[in-house]
Design a protein. Structure first.
Lengths: 113, 113
C-alpha cells in the first residue's frame, strides 16, 4: 500500500518553460510534505517543503502547492533550466510517526536546451 | 568535508556473506536514518536513531542490525545476505526528530550475486 504516489515516471520540458511535477497521497494524517531532488550517484537533497496548514510555499523558482481535499501536491519550477534535470521525489510525514518520511517513487525531469 | 558520508559506495558480495555499511555525519545532528531504495525506486525507511536510541524499526528482517556507537555514526550490518537485499542503501541525518529536512549520504549500491 503505497501512501505517496508519483504517477509520472518522467517529464520532458523545454528550457525556460514551466515544469509541473505531481504527487498524490492517501493518508489524511500526513501534515508535512517535502520535495527532494536527486542527481545520479548522489543522495537526495532537500528542495522545498509545505505544512498542511498552508496551500502554497514559494522559494525562488520553486513553488509547492497543496490541495488537501484532493490529497494532491505539485511542484512548479519556473523558468526551468537544464541544471534542473534530475529525479524529483515527493515525501510526506505525520507528526506521530517519529520523523519517518514516506517517499514517492520519483519523477525524472529532463529540461532540454 | 562531506556532511553525511557512507562507505563503501559500491559493494558486490556473494549470497550468505555478512557485510557492513558505515555512515558518519559531521553536522551535529541528533537523528540518523537508514533508507533502502529498491528496484522500483521507492525510498523506504528501515531504521531511525535519535541520540543513539532506536526510534523506528520498520519491520526489517532481523538479519539487518543497525548500530549507533555515538550520535554521529549509524552503521548497518547485514547477515546472511540474500539476492533480494540488492538495492541502494541511503544514510541520512536530521537536526532532531520530526525535523524533516534530511541530509542524505550519496548511497551504497549493494549487489548480492
Amino acid at each position: 500500500d503505497q501512501q505517496v504516489k508519483q504517477n509520472s515516471p518522467s517529464l520532458s520540458v523545454q528550457e525556460g518553460r514551466i515544469s509541473i511535477l505531481n504527487c498524490d497521497y492517501t493518508n489524511s494524517m500526513f501534515d508535512y510534505f517535502l520535495w527532494y531532488k536527486k542527481y545520479p550517484a548522489e543522495g537526495p537533497t532537500f528542495l522545498i517543503s509545505i505544512s498542511s496548514i498552508k496551500d502554497k510555499n514559494e522559494d525562488g523558482r520553486f513553488t509547492v502547492f497543496l490541495n488537501k481535499s484532493a490529497k494532491h501536491l505539485s511542484l512548479h519550477i519556473v523558468p526551468s533550466q537544464p541544471g534542473d534535470s534530475a529525479v524529483y521525489f515527493c515525501a510526506a510525514s505525520d507528526n506521530n510517526q517519529g520523523g519517518k518520511l514516506i517517499f514517492g517513487q520519483g519523477t525524472e525531469l529532463s529540461v532540454k536546451p | 568535508d562531506t556532511a553525511v558520508s557512507q562507505t563503501p559506495k559500491y559493494l558486490v558480495t556473494q549470497m550468505g556473506n555478512d557485510k557492513s555499511i558505515k555512515c558518519e555525519q559531521n553536522l551535529g545532528h541528533d537523528t540518523m536514518y537508514w533508507y533502502k531504495q529498491d528496484s522500483k525506486k521507492f525510498l523506504k525507511i528501515m531504521f531511525s536513531y535519535n541520540n543513539k536510541e532506536l526510534i523506528i524499526n520498520e519491520t526489517v528482517p532481523n538479519r539487518f542490525s543497525p548500530k549507533s556507537p555515538d550520535k554521529a555514526h549509524l552503521n548497518l550490518h547485514i547477515n546472511s545476505l540474500e539476492l533480494g537485499d540488492s538495492a541502494v542503501y541511503f544514510c541520512a541525518s536530521s537536526p532532531r526528530l520530526e525535523n524533516y529536512g534530511y541530509t542524505f549520504g550519496s548511497g551504497t549500491r549493494l549487489t548480492v550475486v
